[in-house]
Ligand binder design. Structure first.
Ligand code: HEM
Length: 411
């Protein structure tokens, strides 16, 4: 077979068998990225790197962790933190990484919202992104349970209880999820299985779909400009690089990405070494005790906004649960709430939606801050106002403003 004649290098040998040159061409060398983007477009790559860091650090923790209610707390707080060489470092990387990955997710999402990257052909990028948010949330929640401290136990108690509110099947579903009538050993072992195997596998698949969904509509840019990729790529390849509106993924875009990633990692490792406590609740250094409820139960910071939407309707549990359902479904329906979907433009160029954007960001931060406060007295009412504002902004103002904008533009 002429195709497999003697190769002159390892690269050629591999290319004969795996078509590596064609693969590199399709994946990186002729994958065109607009030049008109800023550092915020590097957060996708930052997230992919954080997923790798979490997987590797988690793999080392797994070597000493014991998924047993009698042993879990001590395997983490004593064996890993004190006995195993550098165990503390891997735990800090994993715990800080799990928290900081959500900061990166929210920055990445708000970048997409600001620049309209969920519109016109990019809906599947957004929806696979929403799936990543859901799967990362499940991963964060199941991981938080593993140290089996007081907050692990009580957060699991509160969250699994929520499923009980689903009509008809709710109570049985709670027992099925817990593996018992109460949160205990069976619950811990199944959340362990989900955390270390099932959810990471799902994340990897969805991540592949997210990357694939980018190929046809291409990455958006700061002006929402519809670029003629073929013409611009031809210009670039003909040597007219400075006038072309695009650059290849490798090496140009990657060089920019790696720079932003390096800055992010400096910040990340600063937290790992000097402020690791911010990712660990002090109450979770007390072993789980089913007989002693902590005075105030709250989830990790990245769930606080939706938790506050739930608590905002403190006078009616069903209303709170309905609002919480909307908060969780919201990332999936978001692209369809913007009624001006064919016009891609950044928020500062949208006459009404720019006010919506800043109000929305403000309310999300407000919900996150109030979600951590005890829901009593004035706090409860502030929570109510914030929850109602959130629902109004998402369900009424966004479709209304975008419809008015569309009519004015076309009108
Ligand atoms: C959690 C893991 C995630 C990873 C690893 C990831 C990765 C990436 C990468 C590498 C890109 C291309 C470069 C860039 O624009 O940054 C991208 C783009 C995008 N992602 Fe994600 N993403 C994640 C989560 C999300 C979430 C939660 C959403 C929204 C719900 C989302 C929505 C988008 C959108 C709309 C784009 C297109 C941006 C554009 O065209 O300008 N992603 N993502």
């Amino acid at each position: 077979m002429a195709h497999f004649e003697k190769a002159n290098s390892v690269g050629e040998w591999l290319d004969q068998r795996l078509a590596t040159k064609e693969l590199a061409r399709v994946i990186a060398l002729e994958y065109w990225i607009p030049k008109n983007i800023n550092f915020l477009w590097s957060f996708g790559m930052i997230l992919a790197t954080m997923f790798m860091i979490l997987t590797i650090s988690g793999m080392f923790l797994l070597m000493y962790y014991k998924p047993d209610t009698q042993l879990a707390f001590y395997s983490v707080n004593y064996t890993i933190m004190q006995e195993v060489g550098f165990g503390w470092l891997f735990r800090h990387i994993h715990a800080v990484g799990a928290s900081i990955v959500f900061l990166a997710i929210y920055i990445h999402m708000f970048t997409g919202i600001y620049y309209g990257s969920y519109k016109k052909g990019r809906e599947m990028i957004w929806i696979t992104g929403a799936l990543l948010l859901a799967t990362f949330s499940a991963e964060g929640f199941s991981g938080y349970m593993l140290p089996w401290g007081q907050m692990s136990f009580w957060a699991a108690q509160v969250i699994t209880n929520l499923f009980g509110a689903i009509p008809v099947i709710g109570p049985d579903l709670v027992v099925w999820i817990r593996g018992n009538f109460v949160v205990e050993d069976a619950t811990l072992t199944r959340f362990f299985a989900l955390h270390v195997l099932v959810i990471p596998l799902i994340i990897m698949g969805v991540l592949g779909a997210h990357m694939y969904a980018l190929r046809i509509p291409h990455v958006n840019n700061q002006d929402g400009e519809d670029i003629d990729y073929e013409a611009e790529a031809r210009k670039f390849k003909a040597g007219d690089r400075s006038r072309s509106k695009v650059m290849p993924f490798w090496p140009t875009f990657m060089a920019e990405d790696i720079f932003t990633l390096a800055v992010f990692l400096v910040f990340f490792f600063y937290l790992v070494f000097y402020h690791f406590g911010f990712a660990m609740d002090p109450i979770n250094f007390i072993p789980a005790n089913s007989m002693k409820t902590p005075p105030h139960i709250y989830p990790e910071w990245y769930f606080l906004w939706s938790y506050e939407v739930l608590r905002g309707f403190f006078f009616n549990a069903n209303m709170g649960l309905a609002a919480f359902g909307i908060a969780n479904a919201f990332p999936f329906i978001f692209p369809f709430l913007d009624r001006d979907t064919n016009h891609v433009a950044p928020m500062h160029k949208r006459p009404l939606m720019k006010y919506w954007f800043w109000a929305f960001l403000f309310v999300m931060i407000g919900l996150t801050v109030w979600g951590k406060l005890p829901p009593t007295g004035a706090n409860a009412w502030v929570g109510f106002v914030l929850s109602v504002s959130w629902l109004t902004l998402v369900l009424i103002i966004m479709p209304l403003f975008s419809t008015i904008e569309k009519k004015r533009r076309e009108g």
